[in-house]
Design a protein around this ligand. Structure first.
Ligand code: URA
Length: 194
């Protein structure tokens, strides 16, 4: 397997799907390559496309806040990536063929980082990583085993954009999911230390 830095370099030149034509920058992902917690979102928005960094807009501010308040982790202590690495035009949903084209990057990121817990934000990340068509409302609120063998525990929650639209009730549920992710992180580490 290629190192993470080299994988990023491959992604920066990627033309595997039509999203390449409309991007300003590839948003590969960033954070601690040895992180126990990896966060996966949907795809870059306008601000992320301009800066080449994930979750730097309004959703990102909420993500940073919830991470710190509910897990005690700053964003540089986790690894943050998206299902698609290039911005869909006008922030439309990524298409199934775009998700499929980009999937090898995400799979390799998970394999290289080897997180203990994978926090998936919203329907696209959760469905892609759990291999299900079930909706986030039903999937969140508990953790799920990595499909098909050993891998990170998957902790789904709402996308921060949904919380920005939906208000306090959604944020409260997200807080509970972030706490659950932290507990899984601590439990797994305590187990492996003993
Ligand atoms: N929304 C996402 O899903 N990802 C980002 O990087 C920013 C906003």
């Amino acid at each position: 397997m290629v190192p993470l830095v080299e994988l990023g370099e491959q992604a920066f030149g990627c033309t595997r799907c039509p999203l390449a034509a409309g991007r300003t920058q590839v948003v590969f992902g960033e954070g601690d390559p040895d992180a126990g917690l990896m966060v996966v979102g949907e795809g870059p928005g306008r601000e992320e496309d301009l800066q080449g960094r994930p979750f730097v807009g309004r959703s990102g501010q909420l993500l940073d806040k919830l991470l710190l308040e509910e897990t005690g982790l700053e964003r540089h202590q986790v690894y943050i990536a998206n299902v698609v690495k290039c911005r869909p035009p006008n922030n439309r949903d990524p298409l199934p063929e775009e998700i499929a084209a980009c999937r090898p990057y995400l799979d390799q990121q998970v394999e290289l980082i080897r997180p203990v817990v994978l926090l998936t934000l919203g329907n696209f990340a959760t469905r892609a990583l759990l291999g299900t068509s079930e909706g986030i409302t039903r999937l969140r609120g508990r953790t799920h085993p990595w499909p098909g063998g050993p891998g990170p525990v998957v902790a789904p929650t709402f996308h921060p954009a949904a919380a920005l639209r939906g208000g306090g009730e959604v944020v409260a549920k997200m807080r509970a999911d972030f706490v659950r992710a932290r507990q899984m992180l601590d439990a797994t580490r305590a187990g492996s230390a003993g």
